[in-house]
Design a protein around this ligand. Sequence first.
Ligand code: HEC
Length: 105
Amino acid sequence: MKRREIICLLAMGLFSYTSSAHAEEPSVARGKQLFYDSGLGTSKNSTNCGSCHPNGEGMEKAGTKSGLAEMINRCIKGPLQGEPLSEESVTMESLIAYIKSLEKK
Ligand code: HEC
C-alpha cells in the first residue's frame, strides 16, 4: 500500500471517529427518549417524566421560563428519586431542547 493511501485511510478513520463523537451532542430526539427513560438520573423507581407529563403536556410555556434546568432537577430528585444532572451534561441539554421544542405546538 502506498503511503498516500495509508494517509487517506487514516483521515477516513478520523472522520468517522469525529462523526460518531457528534452523536454525543444534545438533541431533541435524545431529550424525548430520556423523557420516557425511567433510569434517568440513576433513578431506581419506574417513574419517568412522561408518567406525569404525558407528551410533555402542560409544559408548552416551560421552555420560556428561567430556571428550567433547576425545575428538571427538582422533578428528577423528587418523583424519580434520582440524582440531579449537571446543567452542562448532554442529558440535561437534550431534555431542555426537547422541552423547548414543545413550545411551538
Ligand atoms: C410525580 C409526577 C412528576 C414527575 C414524574 C415529573 N414531574 Fe415535572 N412537574 C410535576 C409537577 C406537579 C410540577 C409542577 C406543576 C406544574 O407547573 O406543572 C412539575 C413541573 C415541571 C416543570 C415546570 C413546568 C412549568 O411550566 O414551569 C418542568 C420543566 C418539569 N416538571 C419537567 C419534568 C421532567 C424533565 C421530568 C422527568 C425528569 C419530570 N418533570 C417528572 C410533576 C412531575
